[in-house]
Design a protein around this ligand. Structure first.
Ligand code: CO
Length: 477
């Protein structure tokens, strides 16, 4: 008989996965079940929230927690772990003064409304993603500049404006790489906004850029790219900024999802830099899978839910989280007819899911396989715990389920060196096991997810993270 956790136990275990990890470690992982593949050589860089309290006071939202890198370097069937906080200005000041000095997406500064009055200065939490490009390691956060770090030591070098490329713009945490070109975007303003897109070459130098006005307020967290287009999904929101400006409420508490309005899809030509907007029914989702073109259509996969996962107040209280709320979404495929401007939607995965990705060579081209996190149970009212390989050719899938009180994070696909086959490689994911309050790195064979190749147990836990990337260099001295 399969014993599954009760919903309240599951919520408690899930919340325990967001316990602070103040200690910085550096060691070779010795507690390993299975065998690390000999051709797995390089680094898994991951980023995510690390501290949920400052001076004994709990922050308001996991999105506002200080960024902590978690790094796994592989060499000769061994793996070396290191975690380190990004030494942002805000992290250093708050650690020194031991109080919440900055507002965030869902966090208010200590000291009541007066301390927050007209204070629109968020802390750059540097907590969302990390990437190595143009010989620079960047910890990224969508509301500001990236922080550059030393890839060998993880020491923070400082904020990077990309040789003056960035001015008032932010540099988002969701770049895409297509045909050896690094593409990222940034937003300036609150409402309306300006969207700027940059293409960088392999040395990190600008190839081209373009800017567009975007009406109202939007949360542009992710985007898609194809050989000819950039695609942004602008979900409908209303912002009543006054209580936020007056210091009474956090920005999150002043937003409302506007299900009476339409979702707008911004389709921007990479060549002519012109923008077209098509509309479809209201939905929300943070993350997209992949997009591709065929004749006069664009196809894309994206995580969709009926509304934004808004909380009743600005208290973190994760253990009280009800998974009846749409904190994750389902995977849908959208088809955009560029001639008729019609959008059609089709559900692909109905259980809760998030963090979709494809083989790097499939970015912008029709992919067969999609890798993502899903709920273990086929209901959409559960936290994500498992890893799925979804076959878009026939709707079939393979899944790996960790033990029942465990939660797998974003799977990162690592191609086997010199191959381009979509499932010839490994899936790496950090799993939090609430039963022992420790985390481990799981290595799966992307061709067959059934039993892990290796589980590499840390001596401690890591808070559940956001995004990571792989680079074939391991930076070991
Ligand atoms: Co994201």
């Amino acid at each position: 008989m399969v014993v599954t956790s009760s919903p309240s136990q599951l919520a408690k275990d899930w919340a325990k996965g967001y316990t602070s990890q103040p200690t910085e470690y550096e060691y070779e992982i010795e507690d390993i079940e299975g065998q690390i593949p000999s051709d797995l050589q390089g680094t898994l860089f991951r980023n995510g929230p690390g501290l949920f309290e400052i001076g004994g006071e709990t922050i308001g939202h996991i999105f506002d927690a200080d960024g902590m890198l978690r790094v796994f370097r592989f060499q000769d069937e061994k793996v070396y772990f290191q975690n380190r906080y990004v030494q942002t200005e805000g992290y250093l000041k708050e650690q020194q003064e031991k109080t919440i000095l900055y507002r965030g997406f869902g966090t208010q500064k200590s000291g009541g409304w007066f301390a927050n009055l007209f204070n629109t200065n968020f802390k750059n939490a540097a907590n969302t993603s990390v990437i190595y490009w143009g010989k620079k390691l960047w910890a990224m956060w969508e509301g500001g500049y990236p922080h550059q770090l030393n890839a060998e030591t993880l020491e923070t070098i400082g904020l990077d404006n990309l040789n003056g490329l960035l001015d008032k713009e932010t540099f988002s945490a969701h770049p895409r790489i297509i045909d050896d070109t690094f593409i990222n975007f940034g937003v300036s303003g609150i409402s309306p906004q300006t969207l700027t897109i940059w293409e960088l070459n392999q040395q990190g130098e600008k190839i081209k850029s373009s800017s567009y006005p975007v009406d109202g307020f939007s949360i542009l967290h992710d985007f898609l790219v194809t050989p000819n287009y950039y695609i942004f999904i602008k979900h409908p929101f209303k912002l009543n900024a006054l209580p936020w400006l007056l210091g009474f409420k956090s920005l999150e508490q002043c937003l409302s999802f506007d299900n009476e309005s339409q979702t707008k899809i911004l389709i921007i030509s990479r060549q002519s830099k012109t923008m077209e907007v098509v509309e479809t029914e209201a939905f929300f989702g943070f993350h997209h899978g992949n997009a591709w073109e065929s004749e006069d259509k664009i196809y894309l996969t994206t995580i969709c839910s009926d509304s934004f996962p808004q909380r009743e107040n600005d208290k973190m209280e994760l253990d009280k989280m009800s998974f009846d709320q749409p904190i994750y979404g389902q995977l849908w495929q959208l088809t955009i007819d560029l001639t008729s401007k019609k959008v059609t939607r089709q559900p692909l995965i109905e259980r809760s899911c998030d963090f979709p990705s494809v083989h790097p060579v499939s970015v912008g081209r029709k992919n067969r396989y999609l890798y993502l996190n899903v709920a273990s149970q086929p209901t959409n009212k559960a936290p994500i715990q498992s890893i799925m390989k979804y076959d878009q050719a026939n709707g079939q899938y393979q899944m790996w389920n960790p033990k029942e009180r465990s939660f797998a994070g974003e799977p990162v696909f690592v191609p086997r060196q010199g191959t381009i086959e979509e499932d010839n490689g490994y899936l790496l994911s950090v799993v939090y096991d609430a039963s022992i309050h420790r985390s481990y790195l799981v290595i799966l064979d992307a061709k067959n997810l059934t039993s892990p190749l290796a589980k590499c147990y840390l001596t401690h836990h890591l808070p559940q993270g956001f995004h990571g990337t792989w680079t074939p260099e391991n930076f070991l001295k």
